[in-house]
Design a protein around this ligand. Structure first.
Ligand SMILES: C[S@@+](CC[C@H](N)C(=O)[O-])C[C@H]1O[C@@H](n2cnc3c(N)ncnc32)[C@H](O)[C@@H]1O
Length: 159
């Protein structure tokens, strides 16, 4: 069985952010795309696929590690319009998603050093992903929090 991250991106495997990493980014009001049976949560309020977090009203400080695949851009667009939060996605800097919603719109990015070890919904650590990750901050306050979070990588202001 191939368990590489790239091959699993469009399957139903859910790749969860290590909770200790999100804690370094402070308290979040909302995770709009959380698993239905999460082993841990990242925010005070957590929408799941059953709520369809993409169609709900977002509020407060948002943590976004969106579902992978074709619709991913819509989640980044919604966070851009919301203007308050931090996203974690693959550092695919050439994509439409980056050019439409990040390079000219986000306040800062942090390219993560090394590869994040994500978790399965079972709570067990998943394999190492086949791509690097980047955190994206929307809003000046989130840019400062990202800068000072102590997460290893290269931080860049975009505004
Ligand atoms: C990459 S995982 C990230 C989970 C969590 N946000 C984290 O960082 O640990 C994406 C999650 O989005 C959920 N999801 C997929 N479609 C959704 C939808 N329309 N509304 C809310 N959640 C959804 C999946 O079930 C999955 O748990």
């Amino acid at each position: 069985m191939d368990t590489s991250f790239e091959r699993s991106e469009n399957t139903k495997v859910e790749w969860l952010t290590p909770p200790e990493l999100v804690k370094q980014l402070g308290i979040f009001d909302l995770d709009p795309c959380s698993p239905v049976n999460p082993p841990f949560v990242h925010a005070k309020t957590n929408f799941t696929i059953e709520d369809d977090g993409l169609r709900k009203n977002w509020f407060g400080r948002v943590y976004l590690n969106p579902p992978y695949g074709k619709g991913m851009e819509l989640w980044l667009e919604k966070l851009k319009n919301h203007g308050n939060g931090i996203a974690l996605i693959f550092a695919r800097t050439e994509t439409k998603c980056f050019f439409n919603h990040i390079w000219d719109d986000a306040d800062a990015v942090l390219f993560v050093k090394g590869r994040i070890k994500f978790y399965h919904v079972s709570g067990v650590q998943a394999g190492t992903p086949g791509a690097p990750s980047v955190f994206i901050a929307y809003g000046k306050e989130n840019a400062e929090i990202l800068k000072n979070a102590g997460i290893a990588g290269r931080f860049l202001y975009l505004k």
